[in-house]
Design a protein around this ligand. Sequence first.
Ligand code: KMH
Ligand code: ZN
Length: 272
Amino acid sequence: MEKLIITAAISGAEVTKEMNPAVPYTIEEIVREAKSACDAGASIIHLHVRWDDGTPTQDKGRFKEAIDAIKKSCPEVIILPSTGGAVGMSPEERLQPIELNPEIASLDCGTCNFGDSIFVNTEATIHMFAKKMKTLGVKPELECFEKGMIDNALKLYKKGFVNEPLHFNIVLGVNGAMTATARDLIYMVESLPKDATWCATGIGKCEFDIATLALVMGGHVRVGFEDNLYLEKGVLAKSNGALVEKVVKLANILNREVATPEDARKILGLKK
Ligand code: KMH
Ligand code: ZN
């Protein structure tokens, strides 16, 4: 099997220090969490940024500050900024980090309930994001929270908005979208083009179930505070690194070699 790419979603936009005091807000805290994840074996950092008080922002300047600071501590790591931002942000606000020309960024492929809110990604928004990413040479990580979003992503490909090789992040267990079960992960993976690469993300208590399934199915894995704050039932994770370490342990047991950032670039067809 291919080497395992571990993505650490270190910050998110919805989780807070009240839920886990290690959730990073400041640039220093973001660097601390990114370094803990890289040291443990993550080759990609999925990045959201906050103002110092914890308010989520897609401000280009704040992203630049965070990316430059992370790169000082982890020069090789791949940084994958969010274009999802936080629920309620406008498409224009969300798209700002793309202008920093990252190697790869998230591209959310449809609308779904998100707890009691709605995460809105209309066809026009998805097309606008995909076009801009293509123009700037930013590879989209196609985020799919349910099967219809895979269909939307494949339509994007057919219309020429995204180039091969396609890379998906299958996110299961969002409150309002598809459940995080083995059946649903298999259904999603079987719906992908055969030559696509994919990563799986399990939200909340299903994080490590989905990670284990992805490990044995040959997919890549995302963990991190954005998705889950607990190392095990009732035990808060002290850092994102602790969550990544747990995946590395599972990978060792299941004989999946962990990819370096250089390996990950080769697997995903990225240029540093
Ligand atoms: N914060 C969520 C509403 C992404 O990063 O592209 C959306 C999200 C997806 O986190
Ligand atoms: Zn995100």
